[in-house]
Design a protein. Structure first.
Length: 310
């Protein structure tokens, strides 16, 4: 079942099951030419007087302000150290990961919790902001993202919608870079534009075929910095390959993939390692063994269906 809201800005809606630590919410859209500002609010309820755990307020041409609203009063305002690098009319991406904010794949700012996340139940969006969307899901049953130009937004709540897609979050601002590919385009080997860096995020969406045994995802230069290998019905294995040899294998404790089921997966790269989220839930962490600056290539193989590469 899908829930569509056409042209619904300002928007107020319940977040299914609320938000939790290690959950991510993704937005994609564009700023109109006459825009001054917009706001994204994570609230404890739908009424005007309810508390606001995070008020994220980009003011075009100025710095982003962040705040909270509690007991009928705005609290101490903070501002992001960097201006929001959003060009008017350009499609952009936000990922809010428990109030770490990524913009076009680069970490932009951090807002420390003032109100427990367990109290957050409502999403409110207002101001001059247009979403472009084909299908979405909020990682952990409610995310927003986009993959076709000229789809007027729209918020989707996805409970059981099938979709396939894959994109580099830091390189999707120009959707002309996106190309469709058939499921037969696996194995895939491609260069990562400008490589990867700490505070970058990479996202995949697709489905595991009903007859799948395993698939692999590799980040590498000459060596393999991360070998991510879900074996369906078993645990996920992770490893690195260096100087012609596989190194010490690790395994994740959970089995998040199911034959025949769609999935959303994204990797956030930080100074410690690769954090992997599957369907909005933190799945595992693989510490760096090879410097991320050496990673230049992505390789995907095995039994997995991905219908879009960008």
């Amino acid at each position: 079942m899908c829930w569509f809201i056409q042209n619904a800005i300002p928007y107020v809606g319940t977040i299914p099951e609320g938000i939790k630590p290690d959950m991510a919410v993704c937005f994609q859209g564009t700023v109109p030419a006459d825009s001054d500002q917009f706001a994204i609010n994570f609230k404890t309820g739908s009424s005007d007087g309810d508390d606001v755990a995070l008020h994220f307020n980009p003011r075009i041409g100025q710095k982003v302000t962040l705040n909270s609203f509690r007991n009928g009063k705005w609290e101490s305002e903070e501002s992001a150290s960097a201006e929001l690098n959003i060009q008017i009319i350009t499609i952009f991406n936000f990922i809010i990961l428990c109030f770490q904010v990524f913009v076009n794949g680069v970490k932009h700012c951090m807002f420390k919790h003032r109100i427990p996340v367990e109290k957050v139940s409502t999403l409110n969006i207002g101001g001059d902001f247009i979403f472009y969307l084909h299908q979405s899901l909020m990682i952990h049953n409610f995310i927003m993202n986009t993959h076709f130009r000229n789809c007027p937004l729209v918020l989707h709540r996805i409970i059981s919608c099938y979709f396939n897609m894959f994109f580099f979050i830091n390189n999707i601002t120009d959707l002309s870079l996106c190309t469709l590919c058939s499921p037969q385009a696996i194995p895939y080997v491609g260069t990562i534009p400008e490589g990867i860096k700490p505070d970058m995020a990479v996202c995949f969406q697709g489905t595991v075929p009903a007859d799948s045994d395993q698939y692999v995802l590799l980040y590498y230069g000459d060596d393999v910095a991360l070998h991510f290998n879900p074996r369906i019905g078993q645990k996920v294995t992770l490893n690195s390959f260096r100087n012609g040899k596989w190194e010490s294998e690790e395994s994740a404790s959970a089995e998040p993939f199911t034959r025949g089921a769609p999935f959303t997966m994204f990797f956030t790269i930080n100074t410690e390692g690769y954090e992997v989220f599957v369907n909005g839930v933190k799945h595992c962490m693989f510490k760096h063994r090879i410097p991320v600056e050496k990673v230049s290539t992505l390789n995907i193989g095995g039994d997995v269906s991905l219908n879009m590469i960008g």
